[in-house]
Write a protein that binds this ligand. Sequence first.
Ligand code: DC
Length: 226
Amino acid sequence: MKHIAVAIDGPSGAGKSTIARAVAQSLGLIYVDTGAMYRTIGLHVSRAGIQPGEPDKVSELIQSADAPAVSLTYVEGEQHVLLNGEDVSGLIRTPEMSRYASFVSAVPEVRAFLLNTQRDLAKTTSVIMDGRDIGTVILPDADVKIYLTAAPEARARRRCDELLEKGQDVTYEQILADQLRRDEADMTRAEAPLRQAEDAVLVDTSELTLEQSIEAVGAIVRRVME
Ligand code: DC
């Protein structure tokens, strides 16, 4: 199989990770969730007692001897993320860590810290990598670029259902408000803001079922693999 790199970017809740994971599995590619890396740094920062709104302390920490080691490992095909060797895959999926991830992701030193790890992953294996700046900054020469989005209400509904299913105590209104705040922050930050790359294909999943979304993205990737 020829080496291939697929970049999927878009706002939170558009279905990026679910769709990318399914397409990667069906086509034999490795799925890389870069949001999990930012969440992991967010967890490290919160454990260090740093509050959102203290970016200087984050850049200091990232450049110090206490910088976290963030690595990915795959268990039965599923990505797990390790923070200094500890599997934190479950701990990073909370609204608090969503806020921390968005906060730390605007710190230039954090982005620089993860850039090479992400690029190296795509060099050695064929990947579907999802995030916010994969097509624009991390893999500007990706074979396929997709910008996956959906209406804010549809995205909040899905994220809410997902968290309720996990037993978390959340409301739709809370999730929508959080998400709009996070989208705004991700799109307006100075460093690598979320935007559609010029050569990215736009896929809007507002009116699509999950199966239809997987099919739409899978068809775009297959065309390039043939
Ligand atoms: O995809 P996610 O919700 O797990 O991402 C968490 C946060 O990390 C999100 O607010 C944006 C940020 N992020 C980023 O800035 N760049 C990426 N490549 C991936 C995520």
